[in-house]
Design a protein around this ligand. Structure first.
Ligand code: ADP
Ligand code: ADP
Ligand code: MG
Length: 653
């Protein structure tokens, strides 16, 4: 967004041009401050994207890749660094401050002369990986000939691809035009419809008023979804159950999309009530050779995010399977796609039909399951295609079955409404054992002694297993997970083990509602206890006495986890508490943010051996607040000093 936020210099007409002489790639702003204000007041947040047009048409800069900048962190960086070094490429890895001693950074340093780690500073993604101009400057200074944009961050930002190519650097990805067509979901739907690929019934275009929305919803039938044209990551999708809710939700989603994605355009889709998430892996070269090398099923999801991925789908008939493959190929050709990409489909179970959902114009986290069954090295193919090579000879035969588990640093909690949710648990890994095995691919961003930072998402390890068939792969994965030890932080491995033993999952007869339903029917407190035990956390070491400040009635309040400390619900609101405030044990004192999740912190959030640590039924005064707003805290850091109110009998403590 920052690149589009530039405005003309308010006082000097020549300054921008003079700067351009210093750095020819500097984007030239096209709007004045007044024009930007007028545009935003008129409700058009997106603005025009002047940069993309500067890319010479057809100029992809394909040439042999020798020195590549890897713009990724975590598991993606591990995989890309591994593959680039295998291909004997020189590697430049950019890492934020907290990532400077990460596993991928170590891998690059160990490569000696073949590798350089360059710090980009900053903690959050906004301050680091999303700083496009800083990435570009490093690419130039390091004289790389290619840039791999990884997954997420700027990998699907057409302007970034355009700028990289403008600098004469080979952007490992598709044409800007393909990214633009597929990045806008409404454009993507019109494009796919025009080549007769089935799409979900709906408006098939942007809706500009709630009256119009009502009309279309009536025709499509409730429930419907309102979807943001530029939504992603499971966000910007809202379900409408009945006509009387439509007007209000329409305006709400428009406003939310405007602020989250910079564009408030929305469209309508029928809500498919029972679906499986099916996707097709594409490779395509600049000569127009298209290969759809495999299907994946990613129906085990929570909050529209994938947890387990499979190299095939159990419910899809042979006929629908061929239809998915054919549609994916048609789409790749229609947008003149180049490189590796994925077309996502909805398999509507009750209607036994498939619909186009969206296309991701980049590598996906779950690509290794397809590699495992086809033997095709997808990342290597990305490098080859970007080097200008042909994939004409490439054929894909599937052997066996593969399964991927996403190991997240998180624990299960039951929230105030009795719902099971997941809270990220960053922190230091104290014990780590993941056996190496022939049928297993490990993509791990952690190791003993490494710290999982609170600034990024919670995915820490991808485990991919290959078996003879689905059940064999499931059993191998189950046995493998028995041998895994990760202590110091909580992970979802205990949950995954239960899923792998679950009859419904093993039979393969389920849809995207599987995981929430599963959580409703299992013994969640037992699962939570198992997760705590696996993490090696010993809750019994803390008791109230150890928190008492000697010679006083004062008690320490320690942070239960690593995170960023905030004293207010949002920047414009007042503090939850101040020095001198008096609180009950269930009042919110602050919020702790980790991995993009905000967790309200109360005295009840601290648990000891016998359950609650601070006795309820009395008030506490805040005597000291030890951390400032926005500061990072580690597990066990002192947050507050409190004192039980005088009325409380001291014996109760
Ligand atoms: P910094 O954040 O590095 O302090 P400033 O924007 O304050 O940068 O600029 C540093 C100095 O550069 C100023 O104190 C001033 O002397 C000079 N400077 C900055 N902008 C202008 C300008 N538009 N015209 C003349 N001098 C300027
Ligand atoms: P994103 O860009 O966030 O990945 P998608 O369009 O791929 O958005 O949708 C994400 C998830 O939302 C899907 O995997 C599916 O579970 C659900 N979903 C999307 N469209 C529909 C629909 N029409 N009906 C029901 N669920 C849907
Ligand atoms: Mg998607």
């Amino acid at each position: 967004g920052a690149m589009q936020g530039l405005v003309k210099h308010p006082f000097s007409d020549e300054l921008d041009l003079s700067l351009r002489k210093v750095d020819p790639a500097l984007p030239i702003p096209v709007e004045t401050v007044t024009e930007v204000v007028d545009r935003i007041m008129a409700g058009r947040l997106g603005g025009q994207a002047p940069l993309a047009q500067e890319q010479p048409v057809g100029e992809l800069g394909h040439r042999p890749v020798k020195k590549v900048l890897i713009h990724a962190r975590g598991c993606t960086a591990v995989k890309l660094v591994r593959k680039a070094l295998e291909a004997e490429l020189e590697v430049v890895l950019v890492q934020s401050d907290p990532d400077m001693d990460s596993v991928p950074a170590d891998m690059v340093r160990q490569a000696g002369a073949a590798g350089t780690v360059v710090p980009i500073g900053g903690n959050t993604s906004d301050e680091s990986y999303l700083n496009a101009l800083s990435i570009l400057n490093i690419a130039e200074a390091q004289q790389v000939d290619a840039l791999h944009p990884g997954i997420g961050f700027l990998s699907e930002t057409p302007n970034f691809a355009a700028l990289v190519r403008q600098k004469g650097i080979n952007f490992i990805g598709p044409k800007v035009m393909s990214m633009e067509t597929m990045g806008n979901k409404s454009n993507a739907i019109s494009t796919t419809m025009s080549i007769n690929v089935p799409v979900v019934p709906g408006s098939h275009g942007i809706i500009d008023s709630s009256e119009k929305a009502l009309e279309i919803a009536e025709r499509v039938g409730y429930p419907i979804l309102l979807k943001a044209v530029h939504g992603g990551g499971g966000k910007g999708i809202v379900k409408v159950e009945r006509p009387e809710h439509l007007h209000q939700l329409f305006h709400q989603v428009t406003a939310e999309a405007k602020s989250a994605f910079g564009n408030g355009d929305i469209y309508i889709e029928k809500c498919v009530t029972s679906l499986r998430h099916i996707e097709a892996q594409i490779l395509r070269d600049q000569f127009g050779h298209t290969r759809v090398i495999g299907l994946r099923d990613c129906s085990v999801q929570r909050n529209n995010q994938k947890l387990l991925e499979e190299s095939g789908s159990t419910l899809l008939s042979e006929q629908l399977r061929s239809e998915v493959l054919a549609c994916a190929e048609k789409i790749a050709t229609a947008v003149d796609y180049i490189g590796a990409g994925t077309v996502e489909f909805i398999y509507d179970v009750p209607s036994d039909a498939i619909y186009f959902m969206e296309m991701n114009t980049r590598l996906q986290v779950e690509h290794p399951v397809t590699e495992a069954v086809t033997g095709i090295d997808i990342v290597k193919q990305q490098f080859l295609i970007a080097s200008g090579e042909s994939i004409e000879h490439l054929t894909a035969d599937e052997k066996g079955y593969a399964l991927e588990v996403r190991v997240n640093a998180e624990r299960c909690v039951i929230d105030g409404d009795g719902e099971v949710t997941f809270m990220p648990t960053p922190g230091k890994i104290t014990k780590y054992r993941l056996p190496e095995q022939d049928d297993v691919e490990l993509i791990s961003m952690v190791d003993e002694g490494k710290t999982v930072s609170p600034f990024y998402d919670s995915l820490i390890i991808q485990i991919i297993i290959h078996g003879e068939n689905r059940l064999d792969a499931i059993d191998r994965m189950r046995r493998y997970l028995e041998a895994v030890v990760i202590e110091g932080i909580s992970t979802n491995i205990s949950l995954v083990k239960r899923i792998l033993s679950d009859e419904t999952f093993r039979q393969g007869d389920y849809d995207t509602t599987y995981l929430p339903k599963f959580l409703n029917r299992i013994d969640v407190p037992a699962l939570i206890a198992e997760i705590d035990e696996a993490s090696g956390s010993r809750a019994d070491v803390v008791d109230l006495d150890s928190l008492r400040i000697e010679g006083s009635q004062e008690l320490r309040v320690l942070s239960p986890s690593t995170g960023v400390f905030y004293r207010t619900p949002s920047p414009s609101e007042p503090e939850y508490v101040n020095v001198g405030s008096e609180v009950e044990v269930d009042e919110v004192l602050c919020v702790l943010e980790a991995m993009k999740m905000f967790a309200p912190f109360r005295l009840t959030s601290c648990a000891g051996a016998g359950g609650a640590l601070y006795p309820a039924g009395q008030r506490y005064r805040i005597n000291r607040i030890n951390v400032s707003n926005g500061q990072q805290v580690n597990e066990g850091d002192l947050l507050f000093v409190i004192e039980p109110m005088a009325a409380a009998p001291i014996a109760a403590l």
